[in-house]
Design a protein around this ligand. Structure first.
Ligand code: HEM
Length: 162
């Protein structure tokens, strides 16, 4: 849902996605979706609890002591907007190096579903994108409705009457 919403919000990206769907280029479609998620990740941060006191970024001006037991929120969304690591983060660019993405977390708990989603999401979306009339339905129903942190509903029209 967030993927469709993000593409509908960006006509040039939507056009690239339609083209990829028409060409059966599901890897290009996946890249476009991951870039959409960089702007609006499903999980904007990871929650952790520090098991043993440590210092983050030790020896740098950003050094920060984290005491044992402290709750730590790792800003994966903001990391994907850190221009020290992600060039021109405000540009929508589906050609980025894959290590610039933290949509599926990182480290030992990186999402094991990433590969599955990389195949499944483009395959699910491609038929919708191939429909010429894909657009939001008018009014609030055509905007994503949220249930707390989770997207619940987005109505689109495929332009096929009857
Ligand atoms: C777009 C879809 C998905 C997104 C954005 C996503 C995102 C994430 C993220 C960010 C984490 C890391 C959580 C953390 O470190 O605290 C995670 C963990 C996990 N994900 Fe996903 N995920 C998705 C789909 C899936 C699917 C389809 C599966 C199963 C097939 C899955 C299974 C898991 C599991 C088991 C973990 C825990 C890994 C661990 O703690 O070692 N995820 N996911």
């Amino acid at each position: 849902m967030l993927g469709v919403d993000g593409l509908l919000a960006r006509p040039p990206a939507l056009e690239l996605a339609r083209e990829a769907a028409r060409d059966g280029d599901l890897e290009q479609l996946r890249r476009l979706l991951w870039e959409v998620f960089r702007f609006r990740p499903v999980q904007p941060r990871l929650a952790r609890r520090c098991r043993a006191e440590t210092t983050l970024a030790a020896g740098t001006p950003r050094a920060r002591r984290v005491p044992t037991g402290a709750a730590v929120f790792v800003g994966t969304h903001s990391a994907m907007w850190d221009e020290a690591a992600v060039p021109d983060p405000e540009d929508f660019d589906a050609t980025r190096a894959q290590e610039q993405y933290r949509v599926f977390g990182g480290g030992p708990h990186r999402c094991p579903g990433e590969q599955v989603m990389g195949v499944q999401l483009p395959a699910l979306l491609a038929p919708l994108l191939r429909s010429d009339g894909l657009r939001r339905v008018p009014g609030p129903a055509g905007r994503t409705r949220w249930d707390g942190l989770y997207p619940r509903r987005l109505e689109v029209d495929l332009g096929q009457e009857g």
